[in-house]
Design a protein around this ligand. Sequence first.
Ligand SMILES: [Mg+2]
Length: 302
Amino acid sequence: MTADSSPDRRFERALASLRGLSVGDALGSQFFVPSNYPLLKRRELPAGPWQWTDDTEMACSVLAVLAHHDRIDQDALALSFAQHHDFDRGYGPAVNRMLRLIREGGDWRELAAALFKGQGSWGNGAAMRIAPLGAWYADDPEQATHQAEISSYTTHQHREAVVGAMAVAAAAAIAADPAGPPTPESLLDGVIALVPRSAVGAGLRRARDMLDYGDANTVAAVLGSGRRTSAHDTVPFALWSAARGLGDFERVFWTTAQVGGDVDTTCAIAGGVVASTAAGAPPEDWLRQTEELPGWVPDGRA
Ligand SMILES: [Mg+2]
């Protein structure tokens, strides 16, 4: 075991990523309110406190399961999602119903497989919560993709949703490389190499081609920014933005938020990836205005 794969280092990195994810989610969700659009244009912060949404709530379960099991235990993860499910945090209707049924004793395997007429959900919900897992496995990006894949099936079984989660986990792992931060190109190349053929993968290759574009709106028009809340409409743009701003949380946040779409989720993904390294931590005053993580989140390994 190296220092970077020590349980404490893994936990620290994952918690740092979770904090970044929560700031991206909570501040991003402020810009769903039309009266805040002018602030977004001027890159000014709305008055806090900013409440986080389902992205953060589910990511807290991911970290809690890793802290207790040192890997993803699917039954524990599904149960944690269900037990901590707060209906008012902006979950989609299908997930709201499924988590309620799991709480009432339903089997997540059957429920998740039955969603959307048996195709499984291709929503961005498995990707939005997974950056901390990537940070956990910064010393082993391939393991990050395996564990992300396993974690997805508890709620999102469509191939695109699964690959979306694998891509975000790979990105957070590579961004937090203990040997030093990658270039934008090597980050996306590394992610592309770790994910199977898919619409998410095709979007990532397009994102790689557009790294030199300065205009986020054009890039979002091509890649999507979560307006359809699918994994393939969300993940490529969020990782394009994160790749271009490693080490600069503020820049990544504003670039990601300005294009609209599923802003809390694109900012949760990009924020979680960037914050997987100390240099990419959110500004202190942003963190202070973000609602605290729930008390059940472990503050160290169990
Ligand atoms: Mg949300």
